[in-house]
Ligand binder design. Structure first.
Ligand code: SF4
Length: 300
């Protein structure tokens, strides 16, 4: 198959069957320093796009063949540059599968892109920095792309979108790993009101000579993000612990920052885990699923 890959087990979305809208080469309007693909000059227009029918036929076949949780629209590049995206989404909806797109947010200020994405069950938009200088350094966008337009576009999209909106922040060592970056990000996130914020770092060889940060650092930076469902996907053992909280302290923390299922398992010490289990038994904590990830939050 040319356009379909997987299913693959994703820490963030469950079993995902991927649709690659640019399988032959990278087509992106960013050239992120952390990209897993080769460096490439950002482009603004998709050349030689495949037909909707060509992609849909493969998707239809794969849907009948595999078991998975979500059908993910992605690309070697930016999927919203595909010129027939709206038509493709309309066809894919006929397959009655949960639909997700992974976008870099660059086009979200465009009405026609918002209208197309509104039809999806989950929309993941990247926002690596809200500081224009850092944004340019990390995402290396096409010259006409403005961070302010992106932020305004995301806020506007959220107001009209009923599905699950996930904002992804990828942290690069020495670039967007400062507390001030995250305090400013927190401010913008409070205006966006996403359903989930994913904070991750480089875990595959990047296009440029840059490094990721430790998982401990991600958890420390995440402390600046308030009142959001923050998810830090991790494979490695975590050197970060929340220790010896009292019942009131844990309840207060869960009011401000819900924990994912993996946080409960990996970052609560045994004493706090016991308190957590007591709170569950007492019915003081509710479970919430966001984009395939389970969170626990305190009833307010
Ligand atoms: S948006 Fe994605 S595909 Fe494009 S350069 Fe950045 S990481 Fe690579």
């Amino acid at each position: 198959m040319k356009y379909i890959f997987g299913p693959v087990a994703s820490r963030r979305f469950g079993m995902s069957l991927g649709i690659d809208l640019s399988p032959d080469k990278k087509r992106c309007n960013f050239d992120c320093i952390y990209c897993e693909l080769e460096r490439a000059k950002p482009i603004i227009k998709y050349d030689n796009p495949p037909s909707v029918d060509e992609i849909f036929k493969e998707a239809q076949k794969a849907v009948n063949q595999f078991d998975f949780d979500v059908l993910t629209i992605t690309s070697n590049g930016e999927p919203t540059l595909y010129p027939y995206l709206d038509e493709l989404i309309d066809k894919l909806k006929k397959l009655n599968k949960k639909l997700l797109i992974l976008s870099n947010s660059s086009t979200i200020n465009q009405k026609q892109i918002q209208n197309a994405l509104k039809k999806l069950d989950i929309v993941k938009l990247s926002l690596d920095s809200v500081n224009p200088k850092t944004f340019k350094k990390i995402d290396r966008p096409y010259k006409d792309i403005s961070l302010q337009n992106i932020i305004n576009g995301i806020i506007e999209f959220r107001q009209n979108y009923k599905g699950e909106l996930i904002i992804e922040v990828l942290v690069v060592k020495g670039i967007n790993d400062k507390k001030e970056e995250f305090i400013a990000l927190n401010d913008v996130l409070s205006k966006i009101k996403p359903d989930r914020v994913d904070i991750s770092t480089i875990d595959r060889p990047p296009a440029y000579n840059v490094k990721g940060v430790s998982i401990k650092k991600l958890f420390e930076l995440a402390e600046n993000i308030k009142n959001q469902n923050v998810f830090i996907p991790t494979r490695e053992k975590i050197d970060y612990k929340i220790e010896n909280l009292t019942k009131e302290e844990l309840l207060n923390t869960l009011k401000k920052r819900p924990f994912s299922q993996s946080d409960v398992k990996n970052i609560l010490d045994s004493h706090t885990q016991k308190i957590f289990n007591d709170l569950i038994k007492e019915n003081l904590i509710e479970e919430v699923w966001v984009g395939g990830v389970k969170f626990y939050k305190a009833y307010v």
